[in-house]
Design a protein around this ligand. Structure first.
Ligand SMILES: [Zn+2]
Length: 309
């Protein structure tokens, strides 16, 4: 039976200056840990250095329980500008190295998983991630176009990929598996700049159900072109996930029920996975192209025009 993997990612940034509520962050991750254990789900927590500094013991416990802990970066928290996507290659490598040192001192090992704040990136980002030894993560949000956040993804791929070395929106040979967040490219928000994505706090569970169903059907219909079908939901550790009456917690429970319902309906095996699990499955099935991909000019239109003459 075909497998569809499901991952929830929690961006952990309760110590960010605009939030500055580590108590809320702790309640959120403890609540999520309990909820995910009850649901039999595994998640990926990506953590900014400030949160790691105050909650490292909790993250080591979550790792012991089978969750993945990765690195999240908001450059302003390290004294740089707000957005990674306006930084040079050297600046990005430097920021990432500092954040990775903070991660390693909290977790006792190097980070492998990464997500930038605001999905902000430029063409130097993937080579920078490769240079510091990061292996996989959620970097692209396909079709999200927010130049004011240095986040422009245009028509980048919806599926797992090795990114191009010189163009972040194309596939190539960078030794990093990009795991895009699940989106519905046809449902636009924020004046068309943002797709409806599987961000728990964006809409309610019924709304998310349609994104889940559509994403699974699209991937299954693509057959071998999508060798590792998956769903990736995201949220933040700034909601009261420990409170059974909290709307975001209820939405997450609804998303998990929706994912199970779609899996049964489409007759696929649902596998609860970390981002590392999804990236490993992709690496096992898809060899990294040596030298990257060539981009050929599509000349079919010219031929048709010639035939019509
Ligand atoms: Zn963030």
């Amino acid at each position: 039976m075909t497998e569809v993997r499901f991952n929830l990612q929690i961006d952990c940034e309760a110590t960010q200056r605009s939030i500055a509520n580590p108590g809320l962050g702790e309640r959120a991750i403890r609540g999520l840990g309990e909820l995910l254990a009850a649901e039999g789900a595994r998640a990926t927590f990506v953590v900014i250095p400030g949160d790691m500094a105050v909650h490292a013991a909790l993250y080591r416990d979550l790792e012991q329980a089978g969750h993945e802990i990765g690195l999240h970066l908001h450059p302003a928290e390290l004294g740089a500008g707000e957005f990674l996507g306006v930084c040079s290659l050297e600046e990005q490598v430097s920021l990432l190295s500092r954040a990775m040192d903070a991660f390693a001192s909290g977790m006792g090992h190097a980070a492998a998983c990464f997500t930038p704040g605001y999905f902000s990136a430029n063409d130097y980002t993937f080579p920078a991630l490769e240079a510091v030894g990061l292996r996989h993560g959620l970097v692209s949000c396909p079709t999200r176009n927010l130049p004011q956040c240095a986040c422009v993804w245009g028509g980048s791929p919806l599926d797992l990929r090795y990114p191009h070395r010189y163009n972040r929106c194309l596939n190539g040979d960078v030794d990093f598996v990009d795991v895009p967040v699940t989106i519905d490219p046809d449902s636009r928000m924020w004046g068309g700049a943002h797709p409806q994505d599987l961000r728990v706090e964006l809409v309610d569970a019924k709304n998310h159900y349609y994104t889940i169903e559509k994403a699974v059907r699209r991937q299954l219909a693509a057959g071998d072109k999508v060798p590792v079908p998956y769903l990736k939901a995201v949220t933040h550790n700034i909601f009261e996930y420990g409170d059974a009456h909290d709307f975001r917690r209820q939405t997450l429970v609804g998303i998990l029920a929706g994912v199970r319902r779609v899996a049964a309906q489409e007759q696929v095996d649902l596998v609860m996975a970390t981002t590392a699990d999804i990236a490993a499955a992709y690496r096992a099935r898809v060899p990294r192209p040596v030298g990257g991909q060539r981009l050929e000019l599509d000349t079919r239109g010219r031929q048709n025009a010639a035939e019509r003459r």
